[in-house]
Each structure stands twice: as C-alpha cells, then as structure tokens.
Design a protein around this ligand. Sequence first.
Ligand code: GDP
Length: 176
Amino acid sequence: PAELRKRKVAVLGARSVGKSSLIMQWAEGCFLDSYYPTIENSVSKSLNLKGVQYDCEVIDTAGQDEYSIFNSRHAVGIHGYVLVYSVASRTSFDMIQVLYDKIVDFCGVSQIPCVIVGSKVDLPARQVPTEEGQQLAKENSAAWIETSAKQNVNVGKVFELCLAQVDKQTSGKQTE
Ligand code: GDP
C-alpha cells in the first residue's frame, strides 16, 4: 500500500483575489463567475504524487486585510500555506508580505512551507509583473506560481507545490 500523508493547508490572501474559486476549481473542477463571499469552509481531497497518497484538507478563509488580527485557527495544525494575490491588484500583492510576517511571527519560526500564488492571469489589466511575484517568493524561500481559476491554468500545480514545500521543510522532523 502507498505511504499516506495527512496534510492541512490554509489558503489566505485579501478578499476577492479568488481563493474560493481556486479551491473550487481544484476540488470540483468548475468555475463560478458570480462573487460569493466566503464563509470559512474546508474541502478534502486525496491525491497521489510519486507513489505517496496525500489526504488534504484545504481551509478556505474569509480573506484578510492589513488590519485583521492573524487568526490562530489559520496556524494551529496547519502544515502548509497558499498565499494568494491577484495579478490585477497591487493592494492584494502588498498584503502577501504582511500576511507572511504575521504567520511567521505567530508560529515563532523563520520560515513556513508556503506557495505564493498570483491569480487571475487571464485578466488584461495586470498590476503586478511576473518578476515581482518571483522576487517576493525568492526573498521568503517560498514557491511561486501564476494561475487562472477561470481558465483552469496551473490550479493543480498550486497544491502540488505546497505539498512539496511541506515535505521539504518537514523532512527530518516528526510528522503525522
Ligand atoms: P475570494 O474572496 O478570494 O475567495 O475570491 P472568489 O473566489 O470569491 O472570487 C472573487 C471574484 O473573482 C469572483 O467574481 C470570481 O468569479 C472572480 N475570479 C476568481 N478567480 C478568477 C480568475 O482566475 N479569473 C477571473 N477573471 N476572475 C476570477
């Protein structure tokens, strides 16, 4: 039987950057155009990567801003993070470092297993160049990718990268 790893992943970022849409596309394979405010929600999915079965629980959060106090529910028991900004929103990009620092502070560590996601690449009005996203990820030793939930571009990759980051940072340590 394949090795089994249980992974809990939290998806964070500013409101309406497409967190729910990303998770929905990943878990259900569909995209909804209408905006529906997120109630805190979680989705489970199992996937097989290189002979390892990952049982994932993905937590969709309501969205943060620079003033929201970091919620301990988004750190306790979480293995990996998906931090989402929209490439069409500079403000949402600026939120990523703020969020990253809040998580690192809360956890009392220097870095966290994390993938930074530039969403909505299908939109024409880009405000955040690709290179800036890559640079931010590099500075924080995070993985990085650009996606479109609408056109189903790189959606699966987000979670694969996140799981790889978790494995990378937890190897050698005791995990479930
Ligand atoms: P959340 O608040 O971060 O969970 O964002 P939602 O998933 O609710 O999405 C907010 C709005 O952006 C909705 O109207 C979505 O249809 C839209 N949206 C989400 N992902 C994409 C995308 O990849 N491309 C485009 N063009 N719109 C998107």
